[in-house]
Design a protein around this ligand. Structure first.
Ligand code: ZN
Length: 282
């Protein structure tokens, strides 16, 4: 799997300026100007607001009003990552939905640099070999508090394996997960991880009342735009942040297609088309 995916990544990198643009996927943002946007971001969000920064693919940095800084699926070197933006220097928590390389990303290096706790499936966290004080192996149903953020682990319909080294065989990495991040006096975010649409999304809506859903829309390995529109209906969210699209040529779904599918379903959710590296207050 890793070999196949790496081949896809290499292909995507080689064609980023050509094929990807021709397919209508957004080109990587220009290097100039991004450094200012991403560098030296404040430790906490704008007063009273939660700030979400998409880092391309499924990677996000969330800053809460209470000062929690949380990275989700931090593959910060993905082909859509903001060029020249400074990576976060301080993190309280890293949430990893599953073991595939495009989600684990730089988790180990970031954990080492920041001392952040790493949350994920019990099996994946064991495979990552983190210091005990930082390793929070858990499973769907678990709830954790990080400053003013309450993190719930929920199901995802996908697979999960981890390759510590490209030459080694992939190892079973437990069940894939999604994360609900409920922020005190703020939004409740749902990061679906890699998943197809599933009926349990209506239970996530009932239990946690998410207001914003980060949903994969690329298709092939996850939901595409039509399935994501159905998911938004089950989740009853006000806003969708599309992710996991445009990174490789295989991930063909795009935000305009999602808008079209929402219109067909008469879904009220708004599509928040985030620009990689730009913090957005929610
Ligand atoms: Zn995956």
């Amino acid at each position: 799997m890793r070999t196949q995916l790496m081949a896809v990544v290499v292909g995507a990198l080689m064609t980023l300026g050509g094929t990807a643009a021709a397919q209508g996927t957004p080109a990587a943002p220009p290097a100039q100007g991004k450094a200012a946007a991403g560098a030296k971001a404040p430790a906490a969000a704008t007063k009273g607001k939660t700030e979400v920064t998409w880092w391309g693919h499924a990677a996000f940095i969330v800053r809460t009003p209470g000062g929690a800084v949380i990275a989700i699926d931090p593959w910060l070197t993905n082909p859509k990552a903001p060029q020249g933006a400074a990576q976060p220097e301080a993190l309280d928590a890293i949430l990893v939905t599953h073991g595939h390389f495009d989600h684990v990303g730089e988790t180990k290096a970031l954990a080492q640099k920041t001392g952040a706790k790493v949350f994920g499936s019990f099996e994946l966290i064991n495979l990552l070999g983190l210091p005990e004080a930082q390793a929070v192996g858990a499973n769907a149903g678990g709830t954790f508090k990080v400053k003013d953020a309450t993190i719930h682990l929920v199901e995802a319909v996908h697979s999960s394996s981890y390759q510590a080294d490209p030459k080694a065989a992939a190892q079973y990495a437990g069940a894939p997960l999604g994360f609900v991040v409920a922020i005190d006096n703020g939004p409740t975010l749902y990061h679906a991880g890699d998943t197809g649409t599933f009926e349990g999304m209506s239970l996530i809506a009932t239990q946690f009342k998410p207001t914003v859903a980060m949903l994969p829309i690329g298709g092939h390995f996850t939901m595409g735009p039509a399935e994501a529109a159905q998911a938004a209906r089950l989740l009853k969210v006000k806003s969708i942040v599309p992710m996991h699209y445009g990174t490789f040529p295989l991930l063909q779904g795009n935000p305009d297609a999602l808008r079209g599918e929402l219109k067909t379903l008469r879904g009220p959710a708004k599509v928040l088309d985030l620009e990689p590296g730009k913090a957005t207050a929610l």
